[in-house]
Design a protein around this ligand. Structure first.
Ligand code: SF4
Length: 353
């Protein structure tokens, strides 16, 4: 049951006006394409990790056509350590689809957004609301948790995808004006990220405490807690090591092909993310190798790739399974001679701006 929506909205919007972060990704002059990239990157990764990668992507690929023209290998290298790297390839597929549209622009309509590769209900509603001021609720995990606590008295939102009832209830809370609704969506999202967090909500002094059903009920504990994704020892960790090793080789190759910077260039260059090659090498036990001659593929032998995929005390079946899964997912390619590479050709991209 929705309680005192005007009162709730006013309290939360006032809080946002005072404490919301000035994130470059959320500024009004950010283009729809930049918002799309940010929303995909930030779905399973915290904003502080996303921001530098997003900023670099926007310099490299400021329009969908730019990313559409990039090689999958370069896209994966630039994805870095954001995790769930299939998202990077899906973003490229999305860029190709957008670039093929008339004008090469991100569509404004929710259904058209949803039809793009890799775009689900969350990203479509976020774009439609934030960029085009469609009056739609944007239900990410932070928003769902805030609404579950304030309105339902539940510690956590259901783990399943939002139901129609949940979506309709969130829609009923939206201000009438689309631009105001966008601001409300961002405000609730930010409140969930900074105040009403999953593990340690700051209930003392919370501006919604008097309106919060969970607080009023005495903070009853949920029978189960949402669990974070396991990492240590998992296939995800092993897959990440193979990709880190390949990224490291690409970065080594790129660094060896870049002429020394003139003094006037040093300042700008220092703003780029640090090379991850040393990190990748230490993570996998691989030694630094000289970059390949021009025109030669950049990759690992099958033996090196299996070594990179082998975690301490791992089941011997894990490394081959991990390598096969990376090939099946299109994240790496294996040629007939057993050379493991990132997919597609990679020419070191030139950075814009
Ligand atoms: S009182 Fe606590 S649980 Fe309720 S909205 Fe505020 S921070 Fe969230």
């Amino acid at each position: 049951m929705t309680r005192a929506p005007d009162d709730l909205r006013e309290a939360l919007l006032d809080w946002y006006a005072a404490y919301g972060r000035d994130l470059p990704m959320r500024r009004p002059d950010v283009a729809p394409w930049a918002t799309l990239v940010f929303e995909v990157m930030s779905q399973q990764t915290p904003i502080p990790r996303v921001q530098p990668v997003w900023e670099r992507w926007m310099r490299l690929w400021p329009e969908p056509a730019d990313l559409a023209a990039a090689s999958p290998a370069d896209v994966l290298v630039e994805w870095g350590r954001l995790g769930y790297p299939s998202r990077a390839l899906r973003l490229r597929d999305c860029a190709i689809a957008i670039a093929a549209r008339p004008g090469g622009r991100v569509p404004a309509d929710y259904e058209e957004l949803l039809a793009l590769p890799g775009i689900g209900p969350y990203t479509a509603s976020a774009l439609a609301s934030f960029q085009f001021h469609a009056r739609l609720p944007v239900l990410d995990t932070n928003v769902r948790r805030v609404l579950a606590r304030v309105l339902d008295g539940a510690q956590f939102a259901p783990k399943s995808a939002p139901t129609r009832t949940e979506t309709a209830r969130a829609a009923a809370l939206l201000p009438v004006d689309g631009a105001d609704a966008a601001r409300w969506n961002v405000a609730v999202m930010e409140f969930g990220a900074l105040v009403c967090t999953q593990r340690s909500p700051s209930c003392d002094g919370c501006v919604l405490r008097g309106r919060c059903a969970w607080a009023t009920a005495g903070f009853p504990e949920a029978p189960t807690r949402p669990r974070g994704q396991a990492w240590a020892g998992t296939d995800r960790q092993a897959r990440g090591r193979v990709l880190a090793a390949l990224r490291g080789l690409h970065e080594e190759n790129r660094a060896s092909s870049v002429p020394p910077a003139r003094p006037s260039e040093e300042k700008g260059r220092s703003a780029s993310p640090p090379s991850q090659s040393s990190e990748a090498a230490s993570a996998t036990g691989l030694s630094r190798v000289p970059g390949p001659a021009a025109g030669q593929p950049i990759g690992l032998s099958r033996e090196e790739a299996l070594r990179a995929a082998t975690l301490p005390d791992a089941d011997p079946a894990q490394a081959p399974r991990v390598l096969a899964s990376l090939v099946a997912d299109g994240l790496v390619a294996e040629d007939p001679a057993g050379l493991i590479t990132l997919p597609g050709r990679s020419d070191a991209p030139g950075e814009r701006g």
